[in-house]
Design a protein around this ligand. Structure first.
Ligand code: C5P
Length: 294
């Protein structure tokens, strides 16, 4: 059997609001996810024994290990638990999404592994089974099953599809330091009330802006409540955001829990000169929104 090739696109949060605390220490979110063209690739092939081979194409920054902790392996093990037998599989992961960046790379890999392994071994699992396993692997994994553009509520796993954003260039600035997701959420817990909700209303604004397809509506809408929490841990982030605006981005925001920042330009914007002005501040990637779901 030829290997199954599964795409694992990065995501960004066009809007992210924290609504409160959930039992178990998680935060109740209201967010709008959207897929990017930037992707990891996972090849899945039933084999005599399980192995995960990693080809690391990440230019700089945090590395990912091909061990049992890798979310691809954890996805495989969760499927084995679900069906009650071993599923020996050769998994080959081409890693391009920077880790520790808030771009959801690990979650995307886990979603691709759930879909790929279930298909390669023809497992009789329902959509609901996969969603349940996804939600247990991480808050963003359920979004990676269908992708596209969706509102995420609860921990981010209660999904409703939305129209795609306009076809815009996206500039990613990956600073030379990663951030840990739990540490950013803990930093949010320590913020004074007045600093807590800079993204207030961003979800409703983005949800209203998407159907028009107008870039200008979207640019005004984006926001992220985790920005001050990440900036409290790494004050350089607010300077980097200011530099993205000076370089010509119409808007610059934190991706998820960071440390990656994303910049958007108006519909006629040329990303190349803007990206060139950011060289030296971190790794700069130019990508676009991926406008269709899986
Ligand atoms: O689910 P995931 O592995 O992505 O989450 C990593 C950590 O981020 C969690 O252990 C939790 O500390 C924090 N988190 C949260 N609320 C969310 C998502 C993540 O507090 N909705």
């Amino acid at each position: 059997m030829t290997p199954l090739l599964c795409s694992a696109p990065a995501k960004l949060n066009l809007a992210l609001e924290i609504r409160g605390l959930l039992p178990g220490g998680y935060h109740e979110l209201d967010t709008v996810f959207t897929w990017l063209e930037l992707e990891d690739l996972l090849e899945v092939q039933p084999a005599a024994r399980t192995e995960l081979v990693l080809r690391d194409e990440i230019a700089r920054g945090a590395r990912v290990l091909a061990d049992e902790e890798n979310l691809v392996m954890r996805a495989l093990r969760s499927l084995e638990d679900q069906v009650g037998r071993e599923l020996p599989t050769r998994l080959h992961l081409v890693k391009r999404i920077p880790a520790g960046g808030g771009l959801g790379g690990g979650s995307a890999d886990a979603a691709a592994a759930l879909l790929g392994v279930a298909r390669a071994h023809r497992l009789p699992l329902s959509r609901g089974d996969l969603l349940r396993l996804a939600a247990r692997l991480g808050a963003d994994v359920a979004f990676g099953l269908d992708g596209g553009t969706a509102r995420g509520q609860g921990r981010g796993e209660i999904l409703s599809p939305l129209p795609p954003p306009p076809d815009l260039p996206v500039i990613l600035l990956i600073p030379p330091f990663p951030l840990s997701t739990p540490e950013v959420y803990q930093s949010w817990d320590r913020l004074p009330d007045a600093a807590r909700r800079p993204g207030r209303g961003s979800v409703e604004r983005v949800v209203s802006a998407l159907p028009s397809g107008r870039a200008e509506d979207l640019l005004e809408a984006v926001g992220n409540d985790l920005e001050p929490a990440a900036e409290a841990l790494r004050p350089e982030l607010s300077e980097l955001r200011a530099k993205m605006l000076q370089a010509g981005c119409s808007v610059a925001r934190l991706c998820g829990s960071g440390s990656t920042l994303f910049g958007l330009l108006g519909s006629n914007g040329d990303p190349a000169p803007v990206a060139a002005r950011l060289e030296g501040l971190g790794q700069v990637l130019c990508t676009r929104f991926r406008r269709s779901p899986r």
